[in-house]
Design a protein around this ligand. Structure first.
Ligand SMILES: C[S@@+](CC[C@H](N)C(=O)[O-])C[C@H]1O[C@@H](n2cnc3c(N)ncnc32)[C@H](O)[C@@H]1O
Length: 332
């Protein structure tokens, strides 16, 4: 027996690409109920992929082939669900995220990669749709789902710039380490939050303008000094293939942009999102005291935000400089 590819609640959110009707699964395809158009699975992965219009296509294609060769972050050592849960519970970010999300929520992860977070977050009766460009990554996500009979996660190949998903259908939208690999992170953000219900939560994780500098410096010398100059390879990764993929992702990525907290606050204002919290916290604000990732906290002053981000050069800078900002979509 295998777990169904699409839980009913997830299937109900899908539409044909380019604004078509609802979809039904049939053998190895999704079929548009209105037009009968067939969207075949590719390498056994459900696909509703449409390319990015205009010049952005070049970067989308580049990223697609990069993450086909380097499925990130991959599962080595986490093939059994128990191992994944144990790692998730042991990590303060994923544990805090699961706790803040709570129960019975509809979650969309944009750029889910190999799907560890999506498969983990389907705990607590949450339903999770993970979408990504990379068929190789999604195949690993599906393999984990099927091997462990996970009934509430689903994976579909999609492009963030052409999401085949009904507007306002998810309670929580996550995009961790993804938008900075698109041709326009600001536009990509506007696309994903259309899928968020009013009152829903968005969490976006990006390379920080300041904290990414040490990685950039290391990228200049890693060819000569080797992967051991990387903190994560030295302290966290024990598998050679996983280490190779991490090094490729961090130091040989064909496209990345860097962003400040204020960039994200601007995107929030443009899209009717109220700021809730930042991880790590902005120094000297109430966020430092809050254990709840979704708690409403003060974003601090411009000065506090600059000082915070400068301090991240010496903390986050060791591990790639990724920070997360959380907001809530205004109702009405
Ligand atoms: C660094 S990986 C992050 C994976 C995962 N979120 C994590 O934190 O481990 C970036 C992912 O973004 C995906 N991606 C990049 N551009 C995309 C786009 N336009 N649409 C969908 N996924 C995209 C890539 O395929 C890749 O799997």
């Amino acid at each position: 027996m295998t777990a169904p590819l699409f839980p009913d609640r997830i299937l109900a959110t899908l539409t044909s690409p380019n604004g078509g009707g609802p979809l039904v699964p049939q053998d190895d395809a999704l079929i548009c109920r209105d037009s009968g158009t067939r969207f075949p699975f590719l390498h056994r992965v459900p696909s509703l992929y449409l390319s990015t219009p205009g010049e952005g296509n070049v970067i989308t294609d580049l990223m697609q082939s990069f993450y086909t060769e380097n499925p990130f972050p991959s599962y080595e050592g986490l093939e059994e669900f128990g191992e994944l849960v144990s790692k998730g519970h042991g990590n303060s970010f994923s544990r805090g995220l699961l706790h803040a999300i709570g129960y019975n929520k509809m979650i969309l992860e944009c750029g889910c990669g190999t799907g560890q977070l999506s498969n983990y977050l389907q705990l607590n009766n949450n339903h999770v749709l993970g979408i990504d460009l990379s068929l190789a990554s999604l195949a690993l996500a599906l393999e984990h789902k099927q091997r462990n009979q996970l009934t509430r996660s689903a994976f579909v190949q999609m492009n963030i710039f052409n999401l085949a998903i009904q507007d306002e259908s998810f309670d929580v939208i996550l995009s961790h380490g993804v938008l900075h690999h698109t041709h326009n992170a600001r536009q990509a953000f506007a696309h994903i939050v259309k899928k968020l219900k009013p009152g829903g939560i968005v969490l976006v994780g990006l390379y920080n303008t300041y904290a990414r500098i040490p990685t950039w410096l290391r990228s200049k010398v890693i060819r000569y000094l080797g992967p051991r100059i990387d903190y994560v390879v030295r302290h966290r990764i024990h598998d050679a293939e996983k280490a190779r993929i991490w090094i490729q992702d961090q130091y040989f990525n064909p496209h990345e942009t860097w962003h400040s907290i204020d960039d994200v606050l601007l995107w929030f204002r443009e899209n009717g999102i109220d700021y809730l919290n930042c991880s790590p916290a902005i120094l000297d604000t109430d966020a430092e005291m809050s254990a709840d990732l979704f708690a409403a906290t003060h974003p601090g002053s411009v000065y506090q935000r600059v000082v915070t981000q400068l301090s991240w050069i010496f903390s986050l800078g060791r591990e790639g400089g990724l920070f997360d900002v959380v907001g809530r979509k205004r109702s009405g």
